[in-house]
Design a protein around this ligand. Structure first.
Ligand SMILES: Cc1cc2nc3c(=O)[nH]c(=O)nc-3n(C[C@H](O)[C@H](O)[C@H](O)COP(=O)(O)OP(=O)(O)OC[C@H]3O[C@@H](n4cnc5c(N)ncnc54)[C@H](O)[C@@H]3O)c2cc1C
Ligand code: FES
Length: 283
């Protein structure tokens, strides 16, 4: 069991958990993730390690409620525990100093981005971070992002804070103003990462994306997280989750992500109606 020592709410439906996992905390690097289960027959949920405190032996996970399992997680309190926690998994993000890094986060993507920009700043890169959300109340972890960046640009879809529009518009505006970046990193919804890559490709800026392909085992054995990068099949859990965004087949990734949406909708509806586990777990 992996005890939750602290839990807070960052925004509606977005929760931060500090979890006791000393071995994971000791080995975690920026870009690693874990797979957690809340119960013995629960779904396996991949979550990026948003922070690790080696002295306290804890890791930080930030979870957005999108379906049944993440909604169940949202009910957990300090003192509760995750049933299983496997990690650190994935190939860590390659951190090499660059003169000017632009890091772009959409929504919950800010949590996985945080350890990456922290590591870049420590390595001596000048970090410009663009953070986007639908509205001001959904902008999370702003203090941490500001501490880990030299400059932060906020964007909201409804214009309630910062640039009025998508993160791609804010990035485009910086580039049109003559800003030069040697590298970009984008983490967020798949279509957002694809849109960032379209902008950076026009300006020849190498761009890393962190792919949230559907995963099961997380160790390269089931093939569920298959993605196509530069025409080659890769397993996101072991070969990634970071890849060269200009070479990713995003349309295929989107199609694969939607593969189980009927089952996911049924499970979510049943959970919201208080009918308990979906049928596949009752067998
Ligand atoms: C490497 C990686 C890191 C991630 N890090 C975070 C994070 O730090 N915080 C966070 O809130 N979310 C993160 N996610 C996404 C998170 O795993 C999904 O939101 C979660 O699995 C949804 O489960 P659900 O039962 O609540 O929703 P469901 O109703 O089952 O699914 C909703 C949507 O979530 C995605 N999803 C569902 N099951 C999986 C799965 N097994 N693996 C990946 N995606 C899935 C699909 O796109 C699906 O359409 C990450 C995903 C990956 C692959
Ligand atoms: S999750 Fe099974 S191969 Fe990657």
């Amino acid at each position: 069991m992996f005890k939750i020592v602290q839990r807070s709410c960052l925004a509606p439906g977005v929760h931060r958990f500090e979890v006791e996992a000393p071995l994971v905390a000791g080995a975690a690097k920026a870009g690693n993730f874990v797979i957690v289960r809340t119960a013995e027959r629960g779904e396996r949920i991949p979550l990026t390690i948003a922070g690790a405190d080696r002295e306290r032996g804890t890791i930080t996970l930030v979870v957005q409620e999108v379906g049944k399992s993440t909604m169940e997680m949202g009910q957990l309190e300090a003192g509760d525990a995750f049933r299983d926690l496997l990690g650190p998994l994935g190939t860590p993000t390659r951190i090499e100093r660059v003169d000017n890094l632009v890091a772009v986060a959409g929504g919950i993507g800010v949590a996985p981005l945080l350890p990456v920009i922290r590591a870049h700043k420590e390595a001596g890169s000048r970090v410009t971070t663009i953070v986007g959300a639908r509205t001001k109340d959904l902008l999370i972890m702003c203090d941490e992002v500001e501490a880990a960046s030299h400059e932060v640009v906020y964007a909201t879809d409804d214009g309630s804070y910062g640039y009025h529009g998508f993160v791609t518009g804010a990035l485009q505006r910086l580039l049109e103003a003559g800003r030069k970046f040697d590298q970009a990193i984008a983490i967020g919804p798949v279509r957002m990462m694809q849109a960032v890559c379209k902008v950076t490709a026009k300006h020849d800026i190498p761009t890393i994306v962190s792919l949230n392909a559907v995963m099961v085992d997380g160790t390269g054995m089931c093939g569920c997280c298959r993605v196509t990068v530069d025409g080659e099949v890769k397993f996101s859990c072991v070969d990634g989750p970071d890849f060269d965004g200009h070479k990713v087949d995003f349309d295929e990734l989107c199609a694969r992500q939607a593969f189980f949406c009927d089952e996911e909708r049924v499970a979510k509806d049943r959970y919201q109606r208080g009918e308990g586990a979906c049928r596949c777990q009752e067998r």
